[in-house]
Design a protein around this ligand. Sequence first.
Ligand SMILES: Nc1ncnc2c1ncn2[C@@H]1O[C@H](COP(=O)(O)OP(=O)(O)OP(=O)(O)O)[C@@H](O)[C@H]1O
Ligand SMILES: [Mg+2]
Length: 337
Amino acid sequence: MADSPVSHHPSGGGQESPDSQASNEQKAQMEQAYQQMQRKMRIGKMDEEIKHKIMVLSGKGGVGKSTVATGLALSLARKGKNVGLMDIDITGPNVPKMLGLEEAELNVEDGQIHPANGPSGVKVISMAFLLEDPDKPVIWRGPIKLGAIQQFIGDVAWGELDALIIDFPPGTSDEPLTVSQSLPGIDGVVIVTTPQEVALLDSRKSINFAKTISVPVLGVVENMSGYKIVGSTQPNLDFSVMGPGGIPIECKSDQEGNWEVTLDVFKSGGGRDSSSEMGVPFLGSLPFDPGIVRGGDDGVHRIIAEPDGETAKAFEKIVDNIMDQLGKSSDRSLRII
Ligand SMILES: Nc1ncnc2c1ncn2[C@@H]1O[C@H](COP(=O)(O)OP(=O)(O)OP(=O)(O)O)[C@@H](O)[C@H]1O
Ligand SMILES: [Mg+2]
């Protein structure tokens, strides 16, 4: 994707005259200008070809943005939608690992990158595909990073999509700002939070950030909401289990002796509270699910490993709520996916 670095001709090396050097530089500049123009045209076309563009943000790191972004993409794809997933996290891109695409090779045709084919037909593009050594930290100064993001947006051949989900690094820094300025017609932001107070505080910042850049907030997802344990014992038995912090949780088995308890590992309900406080929709919560961690490490997303499981169902509800939100705005009503 990145243009090849402009080569500097040694001056006084006797190889080229100053005139031919100047004309080479001019050629390089013209080539760059041409590429930029093409990129602009392609970005303009993206607005027509991609019905919905959704950014996934959080103020805090590690709350599950990439898990949610990949989950939304897979869940939409399983509903029959044409979906793209763009991982804009330059310093820690991990979407390919989560989708088992680490070995994927990208095709470049006519100067455009063709995304990798992920599970359920999700088209995936990530900075990780372009890094030579995934273990080497990427240290790019601001302007270079932002230039790379602009190229990244304009050089991918997505084709027609119902939705493009964009995963970001944590925080409300340059990346979402650059994307919102470079990519026209962003439909909105999905904010991911965990239920504890510090994460909620950051999610409020993200909501304010979205408002500042004039991108609608589609809603808040509360991740790692509660951990469900199940068991069986005698029918209709009252008992208690030890919850987080040693606090007992009252429990009762049903007529067959089955019981279930939800442990609020990081509290619960904070996402709903903070979204109503900030006047934005609450899209739903995802359970704390150790299978998500395993899936992230093994490259088989929870939705693929257990399509009828609790986590997959929770994602379906969230996707339905997002689609509702997309349908609510009258100027977008013609483009409902
Ligand atoms: N609902 C969940 N239950 C259990 N573990 C989860 C859940 N959601 C995410 N995780 C785990 O938490 C870790 C962080 O998740 P993820 O990488 O999606 O967060 P992130 O917000 O994208 O992080 P970063 O800010 O570094 O980009 C991962 O190991 C992931 O498997
Ligand atoms: Mg991430």
